[in-house]
Design a protein around this ligand. Structure first.
Ligand code: ZN
Length: 454
């Protein structure tokens, strides 16, 4: 007797779509084939007319502070309901609002806060000073965190010299550098000018952080990555110009990779007219043509991954009259798969295997989640049953996140997550969480080997 069989569905993997049943035992995938070739199971899940896919791996999620009010319990409930079975958050070393001063302590904090998680999780280590002791980097890697995030913007960002220095040190360790790229001088000058002029309306906001500032910083960062040989991951690519800056220096994805986020595919700057400061995130939403272009870059393979950059704030923290008083970031974990399915697959004809590559396989392989993002036999049974035909209208009323709004409010999308299994356990079904908090486990990640991207 085995634990579970998911029968009657269409399997979607990174390579193709085919009819098959899935056998699950002891938390891992035990077989893919015809049900009559499996042992009988104590539980059977009917996936007729549904897709059976690997759970989504979201490598860009903010939980448990400092810039997000979601706890792991709330944020990962949203994840589970949205078909996201693994999230990667951020561990800060020193920052003025933390009472610790090392990456190791920051990682421990995330692990501790993550105890009530519903989905599996890890974190990236945030570097705010390129001269950080090398032992801190080594300890993070030993503790299962082989990826380091840097910013080019904000007062905790580093300049190009700092970026090069940090890249050299991350490259020496064969780890991964993730970079938030926006040119701080251009953005700073423009923001100051907007404040002076009183251009506070949220629909002015995108002009304070223009796409050319993002593209300039991406261009510099990717050049430095090539010079230093570091494994480079460009974060939240928001438009055509920055995607092209990355593409210029990229060949096969074995050293240079990048993501976009669900909201850049689904929304454009007109959202600041509709939703005001609720839609403020950095980089900002761009032109409608940018959403099309980003989808094209995904299709051509110059962008690899779609994440959420999930950040939770309450409406009252967001909905400021002046855009610069709004909390930065939007919540998206519960919606990313249906939204990306709607925007990329239904509206723009992206294939299902590419959807799986961009949201499951590549994020797992890129960041060293060895047993995630795939339906291969022997890997974790992180599986979702997805109804590709069911339409839903998104509303914040069903938010599991502590955030009490959504930028997708009222948006009708095609596709809905029906069932989410993590290591063989049904964690969410029909819009309800099915387990107690704490099912999620911290994932000890290994140094990933970056080969040419499939
Ligand atoms: Zn982020």
């Amino acid at each position: 007797m085995i634990d579970t069989i998911i029968f009657g569905g269409e399997i979607v993997t990174a390579d193709g779509v085919f009819e098959a049943d899935v056998a699950i035992d002891d938390g891992v995938i035990a077989g893919i084939g015809a049900e009559d070739t499996f042992q009988s199971a104590s539980e059977r899940i009917d996936a007729t007319n549904r897709l059976v896919m690997p759970g989504v791996v979201d490598p860009h999620v903010h939980l448990a502070g400092p810039n997000s009010i979601d706890t792991y319990e709330a944020g990962t409930a949203a994840a589970a309901l949205g078909g996201v079975t693994t999230v990667c958050t951020f561990a800060w070393g020193s920052r003025e609002d933390t009472d610790w001063s090392t990456l190791e302590a920051g990682i421990e904090y995330q692990q501790k806060e993550g105890e009530p998680a519903f989905v599996d999780f890890s974190c990236h280590a945030v570097i705010t000073d390129e001269a950080i002791p090398g032992t801190e980097l080594d300890t993070a890697i030993e503790n299962g965190v082989p990826s380091f995030k840097l910013f080019t913007a904000y007062d905790f960002g580093v300049d190009n010299g700092g970026l090069e220095h940090a890249f050299e040190r991350i490259a020496e360790r064969d780890a991964v550098a993730l970079v938030h790229t926006e040119d701080p001088d251009v953005c700073g000058r423009r923001e100051a000018q907007q404040r002076t002029d009183g251009r506070s309306a949220p629909n002015e906001y995108p002009d304070s952080r223009p796409i050319h500032a993002e593209a300039m910083a991406a261009d510099d960062a990717v050049r430095l990555a090539q010079e230093t040989g570091v494994n480079y991951y460009g974060m939240h690519t928001s438009g055509e110009d920055s995607a092209r800056a990355i593409l210029t220096h990229r060949d096969d994805g074995s050293q240079i990779r990048a993501e976009t986020c669900a909201h850049y595919l689904a929304l454009d700057r007109s959202a600041y007219d509709t939703h005001g400061a609720l839609a403020v995130m950095a980089p900002p939403l761009r032109e409608p043509s940018d959403s099309d272009a980003l989808t094209e870059h995904l299709r051509r393979g110059s962008l690899d991954v779609v994440s959420t950059d999930h950040v939770a704030f309450m409406r009252e923290q967001k909905d400021a009259e002046a855009w610069w008083d709004a909390g930065f970031g939007i919540n998206g974990l519960q919606r990313s798969l249906p939204v990306v399915h709607n925007e990329a697959v239904v509206r723009r004809g992206v294939s299902y295997p590419l959807l799986v590559r961009a949201m499951c396989t590549r994020p797992a392989r890129t960041f060293g989640f060895e047993s995630k993002g795939t339906l291969e036999v022997g890997t974790d049974a992180d599986i979702i049953v997805f109804d590709p035909d069911k339409s839903q209208t998104i509303t914040a009323e069903s938010n599991a996140s502590l955030a009490d709004y959504t930028v997708y409010e009222g948006k009708k999308v095609q596709g809905a997550v029906e069932t989410t299994l993590i290591r063989g356990t049904v964690v969410a079904a029909d819009g309800e969480i099915q387990v107690d908090p704490g099912h999620g486990q911290f994932q000890q990640r290994t140094l990933p080997t970056w080969e040419a991207v499939q």
